[in-house]
Design a protein. Structure first.
Length: 261
């Protein structure tokens, strides 16, 4: 699916620079991928690089086709990207906001197909009741779901999501992850998600990439292979107990920081 070859990138401010990646090499699998890692590991920088928002060195490809050399129109057709964002104020209704996600496909008027896709997406997120509400009236969590719907209605081949469960309650977090899982299975879409909740990653990801604090690959693979007590201690600095359910999914119970041992 996505392959990253010799990725190097530095943030520069005035005369100072911060090296995030130095010849990073990694591959994501088809399906539901999750990026894990501590704050400052470069998770968001990696997602932005894949979408082409940063001027990096190296090459990123999708199914052996170089994204790095793609023009912007082809990138937009291939991918949808939802960054971390402050909740915006808008005079539009929820329905109008989500229809904007169909912008590349819209013609002079909204077609019945466009409307059906939008309403189906709202229904899948259990927010159909919000369709006629003004976006600015919604809670932070509801606004986040609207932005997610706006991302999904594009029907891309690859979806990039940066911490999409932030500000959602537990039920909505589970529903969103289950929806993403369903999209992967039924629509043959590949997804890369940044999560901080390791238990959510363990339960829903098919493939996990773990970045360490230096922006290097610590490990990648299936959740049961990647999420270990050793990884939690060495990457996150956390002592934790792990148990496994009947599906061999690890469940993490944090005990303490390594600094408090």
């Amino acid at each position: 699916m996505i392959t990253v070859d010799n990725l190097s990138f530095s943030y520069k401010k005035n005369k100072a620079s911060h090296q995030v990646f130095d010849d990073l090499n990694l591959s994501f699998a088809k399906g539901f991928n999750v990026i894990l890692g501590p704050n400052g590991a470069g998770k968001s920088t990696l997602i932005k690089s894949i979408f082409g928002l940063l001027d990096y060195k190296g090459n990123i490809s999708y199914n052996k086709v170089s994204i790095t050399s793609m023009n912007i129109e082809d990138k937009i057709k291939l991918m949808s990207y939802l960054p971390q964002m402050d909740m915006e104020i808008s005079t539009l209704t929820v329905l109008e906001m989500v229809i904007l996600g169909r912008l590349p496909e819209l013609r002079h008027k909204v077609s019945e197909e466009d409307l059906n896709i939008v309403m189906d997406t709202l229904a899948s997120l259990n927010i159909t009741s919000l369709a006629t509400r003004n976006f600015s009236e919604l809670s932070g969590g509801q606004k986040k779901l609207v932005f997610i719907a706006q991302t999904l209605v594009r029907k891309p081949k690859l979806i990039l999501l940066d911490e999409p469960v932030n500000s959602l309650d537990l039920q909505k977090q589970l529903e969103l992850c289950q929806l993403l899982q369903k999209i992967v299975n039924k629509q043959n879409v590949d997804i890369i998600v940044i999560l901080h909740d390791i238990n959510l990653a363990a339960r829903y990801a098919q493939h996990i990439v773990v970045l360490d604090e230096n922006g290097s690959i610590y490990n990648s693979g299936k959740p049961c292979e990647v999420i270990t007590s050793k990884m939690l201690e060495e990457v996150y600095g956390v002592i934790a107990n792990l148990i496994y359910d009947d599906k061999d999914i690890p469940i993490i119970a944090p005990v303490s920081s390594v600094h408090n041992v």
